[in-house]
Write a protein that binds this ligand. Structure first.
Ligand SMILES: NC(=O)c1ccc[n+]([C@@H]2O[C@H](COP(=O)([O-])OP(=O)(O)OC[C@H]3O[C@@H](n4cnc5c(N)ncnc54)[C@H](OP(=O)(O)O)[C@@H]3O)[C@@H](O)[C@H]2O)c1
Length: 332
């Protein structure tokens, strides 16, 4: 068997991540002990949350230690098992890190069914980001037919899924993304209106596209776009805070200036952590795979090859260079 290639966290980044924040390392493949499995990873998920995991301290999850394997959701196959629930050949997803081989005691490791979608999709639309879109919109946003949804980061994995799920639920959907290509794509997949936040005034365009006001704002980016959304809420609006990618590289996160608009709209502002819905993932996977098969849900992946390209790939998320779910392919 080969050696294990790993990406270790070498330094805590200041601002945007740099190549030197990581170390490409070669290690022995650890032996499988009783109750353990050895996984050969094929795909590594790139997620904006990784930037927060590189910081010191604990938020909803503890920061990665310096010198440790960088945390990631990864998908691969079991190649050796001394665990009663996993067999050689099982396809699995878990927080097994940016490395070619990982040992696991099975905690948090999920067997995935490739009849619902190819392996990489279980890191995206059938995995954690898909679950975030599903529960963030349905359980937190609570869309009703005829309502208007505004979603930022709309051409990303979560944003595009939220918009299309909104259409499935009979809503009008407006998305905001950076650049013409991304905005054109959103119209192609059924969005009713788009805003290019790099060239347009978001608050002004929202007033034109949604004169009735927005009933749900699904926030992936925070910052100025959150403030623009708050100026155009309909009565009873639900603002779902999913993420704030525009802020993750800042030492201090700026809060919304227009939060009093929640009061005049009699609205709510709700936080979302996808892991709170883990016991309901199976139902979401069934619905999402059905929508994928029927064509109601379109899904785009952006695949970069080579574990050594991990730092570059991670930066792409913060530079808007990914177009679709960003995944690193590291195996055959
Ligand atoms: N709460 C939870 O449980 C949970 C779980 C998973 C993810 N999240 C959050 O969900 C959000 C979306 O994640 P994702 O996986 O779907 O990522 P993604 O949208 O596939 O990729 C990130 C996109 O964010 C946009 N972006 C980057 N910097 C920006 C900025 N300064 N202003 C506006 N847009 C910017 C870029 O698109 P453009 O080219 O359009 O700028 C980029 O392509 C993130 O905030 C993430 O942290 C939350």
């Amino acid at each position: 068997m080969n050696k294990n290639t790993q990406i270790l966290l070498a330094a805590r980044p200041q601002g945007m991540v740099k190549d030197s924040d990581f170390l490409l390392h070669t290690a022995e493949i650890p032996p499988v002990t009783e109750g353990g499995v050895l996984i050969q990873n094929e795909y590594i998920s790139l997620d904006p949350a990784m930037r927060g995991w590189m910081n010191e301290g604990t938020t909803y999850i503890k920061g990665v230690e310096i010198g440790a394997v960088m945390r990631s959701f990864s998908a691969g196959r079991v190649v050796a098992s001394k665990h009663p629930d996993f067999s050689v050949g099982d396809n699995v997803v878990g927080l097994t890190g940016v490395q070619a081989y990982a040992v696991s005691n099975g905690a948090g490791l999920t067997k995935v069914d490739l009849s619902k979608g190819q392996l990489s999709r279980h890191l995206g639309i059938l995995g954690m980001p898909g679950m975030t879109a599903y529960f963030g919109l349905l359980a937190r946003g609570k869309p009703r037919k005829g309502e208007t949804i505004f979603v930022s980061g709309a051409a990303g994995i979560i944003g595009a899924a939220v918009g299309q799920m909104g259409k499935i639920k009979g809503c009008k959907v407006i998305g905001c993304a950076g650049g013409k290509d991304k905005c054109d794509y959103l119209l192609q997949i059924g969005f009713d209106g788009v805003i290019d936040y790099k060239t347009e005034d978001v608050a002004q365009r929202l007033k034109e596209l949604a004169p009735e006001g927005i009933h749900i704002y699904f926030d992936n980016v925070g910052g100025d776009i959150l403030d623009a959304a708050l100026t155009n809420l309909a009565r009873g609006a639900r603002v779902v805070i999913c993420g704030a990618i525009s802020q993750y590289n800042n030492a201090v996160i700026s809060g919304p200036k227009n939060y009093m608009k929640i009061v005049s709209a009699r609205g709510t502002l709700t936080g979302l952590i996808v892991f709170d819905f883990i016991d309901q993932y199976a139902k979401a996977v069934l619905d999402i795979s059905k929508w994928l098969k029927s064509g109601k849900l379109q899904y785009k992946e952006h695949i970069i090859e080579g574990i050594e390209n991990f730092p570059l790939a991670l930066r792409m998320l913060f530079e808007g260079k990914n177009f679709g779910k960003l995944v690193l392919k590291i195996g055959e």
